[in-house]
Write a protein that binds this ligand. Structure first.
Ligand code: GDP
Ligand code: IMO
Ligand code: MG
Length: 427
């Protein structure tokens, strides 16, 4: 097994849904702690155990490894009733979180009225919708940045919490006059879950630093992905937090120098849910093939995911921003059956090669002279499901992986060949 050190971060390199949850679940066995750093219920991390499907939205994807402890870090925003529901679903499966799950007292709340504002904001955008998950993520992070957000720790003092909640809602109703909300119903819902959630709430920064000092192994679970990062992604078609390495650091309180390895999760092709530029998108039957074979439907909203070729401009950009040390190439098996595979290697505007991913998204429109540069590789017809080593992969699949390593400049340490736990090659 590759030596990843004591503290490892896992980060999506594309537009999300690369398969972060699967690797977190597999590695969790070897880690003492799994820590979510950013995002909220917009994430959907899928894990299969003996054909049973689990989707984690807010609870870290280490829950199924019963000896592993978990933290929701301060950088996340959480919706309490959905979190309670997620915990209940796990309890129904015999998976208890008691004593092994903690939530930062600094985490901000994404209330149901934030969800309503999310919908209102999308409506106001008319034809320029982002296609959010509707989970109130943007409005909750806006409140945080506006210094009017509600932190979970406040719930310890119910009366002050209730006042802050009412004030927050009243302020937002002034900004959004159409915002109707039954505050008493939501507060009653919070009160219902409060007792059960209290034991989980703590200063997770202090907790984590104690564990780091004790030499414990910690896996920092990224959510969303680099191209959805509020600073580095395809703004404004992004989420409202730093989904890349910076967010992992601020969202947990783990200092950057303590992180030993950073694994980028890279799907063997590209997908995107929601609106925004997608230079390698395939609006044809190859795109349909990938969607059907890869089961490319959102884990959170069920929306069909847009599909396209591997884009190494994106992959290299993600390597650069995150300082990746390893890559997990996922879903290589989905490419089986395609006669020719395309890899995007550069972006040209009016024949001139761009140096990196541009901030001006209009440069990515064909009408403005955009054209992707690409190479083609021969495909393979063999199923990869039972391959357990790199050498067992068909020659053309090996060549595809080697070519990506060459272009991106990092080893594909882990290669996914199916959704099951055992369908992971370590190179
Ligand atoms: P995440 O948000 O990054 O955790 O990814 P999602 O769970 O939203 O989407 C990834 C999907 O691909 C899930 O349904 C996984 O079970 C599945 N998956 C992950 N790795 C592989 C793989 O190597 N091969 C196949 N066929 N499916 C995979
Ligand atoms: P995981 O962790 C895929 C996308 C949404 C939308 C944009 C903004 O499962 O990879 P938001 O609700 O965050 O305001 O939506 O970001 N998005 C994701 N797409 N996977 C995710 O998470 C995503 N999280 C946000 O589809 O385009
Ligand atoms: Mg997902």
């Amino acid at each position: 097994m590759t030596n990843l050190g004591n503290i490892t971060a896992i980060i999506g390199t594309q537009w999300g849904d690369e398969g972060k949850g699967k690797l977190v679940d597999i590695l969790a066995e070897k880690y003492d702690w799994i820590v979510r750093a950013t995002g909220g219920a917009n994430a959907g991390h899928t894990i299969y155990v003996n054909e049973k499907k689990f989707v984690f939205h807010q609870v870290p994807s280490g829950a199924l490894q019963l000896n592993t402890k978990m933290i929701i870090g301060n950088g996340c925003v959480i919706n309490l009733p959905s979190l309670a529901e997620e915990i209940q679903l796990l309890t129904n499966e015999g998976i208890s979180l008691a004593g092994r799950f903690f939530i930062s007292d600094r985490v901000h709340l994404a209330c149901d009225y934030h969800k309503k504002i999310d919908v209102l904001q999308e409506e106001m955008k008319g034809g320029k919708k982002i296609g959010t998950t509707g989970r109130g993520i943007g409005p909750a992070y806006s409140d945080k940045i506006n210094r009017m957000g509600i932190r979970l720790g406040e719930i310890l003092n119910w009366d002050a919490f209730e006042t802050h909640y009412q004030n927050n809602l009243a302020t937002l109703q002034k900004i959004y006059p159409g915002l109707e909300h039954d505050a008493n119903a939501e507060l009653a819902e919070f009160k219902k879950h409060r007792e059960a959630l209290l034991p989980y709430i703590t200063d997770t920064v202090l907790l984590l630093h104690g564990e780091i000092t004790a030499g414990k192994k910690i896996l920092l679970e990224g959510a969303n992905a680099t191209m959805l990062d509020i600073d580095h992604g395809t703004y404004p078609f992004v989420t409202s937090s730093n989904a890349s390495i910076g967010g992992i650091v601020t969202g947990t309180g783990v200092p950057p120098r303590k992180i030993d390895s950073i694994i980028g999760i890279l799907k063997a092709y590209t997908t995107r849910v929601g609106a925004g530029p997608f230079p390698s998108e395939l609006n044809n039957e190859t795109g349909e093939y990938l969607r059907a074979k890869g089961g490319e439907f959102g884990s959170t909203t069920g929306r069909p995911r847009r599909c396209g070729w591997m884009d190494t401009v994106v992959a290299k950009y993600a390597c650069m921003i995150n300082g990746l040390t390893h890559i997990n190439l996922t879903k290589l098996d989905v490419l089986t059956g395609l006669p020719t595979l395309r890899i995007i290697t550069g972006y040209k505007v009016h024949g001139k090669l761009l140096e990196s991913f541009p901030s001006d998204l209009s440069q990515l429109e064909p009408a403005n002279g955009f054209e992707p540069e690409y190479i083609e590789m021969p495909g393979w017809t063999e199923a990869l499901d039972n391959c357990t080593s790199f050498e067992q992969l068909p020659a053309n699949a090996q060549a595809y992986v080697t070519k990506l390593e060459e272009i991106i400049g990092l080893p594909m340490t882990f290669i996914g060949v199916g959704y099951n736990r055992n369908q992971l090659i370590t190179k």
